[in-house]
Design a protein around this ligand. Structure first.
Ligand code: ATP
Length: 233
């Protein structure tokens, strides 16, 4: 579904991704783990075309999107829930969701909102609450819900559990699996490597911009090197 081939991405003179090869197949949860600064966010953002890969290719559903403008990429089957949630704090939950689908028809926005409320009953209860007054976990649900408004086929999730309490983290991981079960392919960046590998079909380990390992989630969980470096021994 998504194939990155020999992707290199730079910020000015700084190389953030070095010859990255990654594949995400339809129906999978694929996770990307790695230390701070390894280039995980850059990889997701490169899929979205901002920053653009300076060499190599990004192909989505058979179409080369390496040079496509970001707004077109995001309208054609890919959605991103960014690191730090970035909800609009002064807008209500309902308004935030509508922003996620601002370019859709009124009917599609309504259908999208209903679908998000089915997935997240908590958001329905709080539809008229200002997003900035919600808890971190609720804001994360909103950020994921907003990304789902476009009915993406591929959902990119950047650190969805960052800074959340264990109980909420468990809920977010359950929701990610539900989203996949509904037919949305998930590419997940996580600091919480242990949990991410448990739900992932396959996973990649990124180190200073390079993919250094790839395997099934289960195999990486059992791998000594991964355990020492990313799972606390
Ligand atoms: P974290 O887990 O801390 O979010 P990450 O693995 O997502 O880290 P990136 O944010 O992709 O890593 O950063 C990869 C490298 O690119 C880092 O060295 C970072 O300093 C650099 N970088 C990221 N964004 C920019 C930018 N806008 N301008 C210059 N350098 C950047």
């Amino acid at each position: 579904m998504l194939t990155l081939t020999n992707v290199c991405t730079y910020y000015g003179a700084i190389q953030a991704l070095d010859q990255v090869n990654v594949q995400v197949n339809q129906g999978e949860i694929v996770t990307l783990i790695g230390a701070n600064g390894a280039g995980k966010t850059t990889l997701l953002m490169t899929v979205c075309g901002s920053p653009r890969a300076s060499s190599g290719s990004v192909v989505f559903e058979g179409k080369d999107i390496t040079q496509q403008p970001t707004h077109l990429i995001m309208r054609n089957g890919i959605a991103l829930s960014p690191e730090g949630r970035r909800v609009f704090p002064d807008l209500t939950v309902s308004e935030n969701l509508k922003m996620g689908g601002f370019f859709l028809s009124k009917a599609d926005i309504e259908a999208g909102e209903d679908h998000v409320y089915e997935l997240f009953p908590r958001l329905k209860e709080r539809a008229q609450q200002r997003a900035g007054t919600m808890s971190g976990g609720e804001q994360q649900m909103l950020a994921i819900g907003r990304a789902l408004m476009t009915q993406p086929r591929l959902l990119l999730l950047d650190e969805p559990t960052l800074g959340l309490a264990p109980l909420i983290i468990a809920q977010i991981f359950e929701i990610i699996q539900t989203i996949r079960d509904e037919g949305v392919t998930v590419f997940l960046v996580e600091q919480n490597a242990n949990k991410a590998l448990q739900i992932a079909d396959r996973a990649y380990v990124l180190e200073t911009g390079k993919v250094i390992m790839e395997d099934t989630g289960q195999n990486l969980l059992a791998n000594d090197e991964v355990r020492k470096a990313y799972l606390g021994g």
